[in-house]
Design a protein around this ligand. Sequence first.
Ligand SMILES: Nc1nc(=O)c2c([nH]1)NC[C@@H]1CN(c3ccc(C(=O)N[C@@H](CCC(=O)O)C(=O)O)cc3)C=[N+]21
Length: 240
Amino acid sequence: MYVANKRRSVREAGMRDVHRSLPQGATQKQVAACIDELAADPHISGILLQLPLPGQLDAASLIDRIPVGKDVDGLTTASAGLLARGEYGLRPCTPSGVIELLNSAGVPTKGAHAVVVGRSQLVGRPMAQLLLLRDATTTLAHRHTTDLTAVTRTADILVVATGICGLIGPEHVKPGATVIDVGIHRTPTGLTGDVRAGELNSIASLITPVPGGVGPMTIAMLMANTLQAARWTHHPAHPH
Ligand SMILES: Nc1nc(=O)c2c([nH]1)NC[C@@H]1CN(c3ccc(C(=O)N[C@@H](CCC(=O)O)C(=O)O)cc3)C=[N+]21
């Protein structure tokens, strides 16, 4: 479903969509060969390897076959290094979408206390790096955090990316805080996030809905990254 959403957005944006679907039992070599072919193709501006992968495959080494200039998911070691250094590069889509949401809602990050819950390569870690670049005092909490509630209660900006349905409730939120829900869960009553948003109405000042919040922004930022990568492909002498 996510892949279908991304492909539709690519076509709506007037870009060409190349989808390579490999069998569930594909080997590391087969996936590597597929990525290498797209990497060498001058007509391909951006490559993303949809996650998660089946257990026989090592995602990190496959992702690192994507050339940094085509890394529209911002997940290669090279892109992560540029982000960690605060240097120019393609950023992971979900975290950059969260920054875009904060900007468009006029939520100041400079000097604010931002707490990110969850330390995944895809969201939590790059999210903390981006908030740091936006001059937030940034705390990265995770499954071993002692007294998570005490930590999250100090957040002006609370970004939740744990994959645990409904983990965050009113007891975790400081009055007036901005809450960003990165979780997405399919339940019998519909889609819901890591945050019990319905219980936060009188506490949080702003909160992103699920669906209709971070998910669509992720795809929007994928389009932005792909456009940026295409500019580099066509003007390799001017990477910045
Ligand atoms: N290499 C890689 N990069 C990713 O960015 C990546 C990935 N792998 N694997 C899976 C996750 C998940 N993800 C979403 C994208 C769009 C929606 C989205 O469009 N959500 C809508 C619709 C949801 C619905 O209708 O079910 C919404 O929240 O309103 C959600 C989740 C990207 N991911």
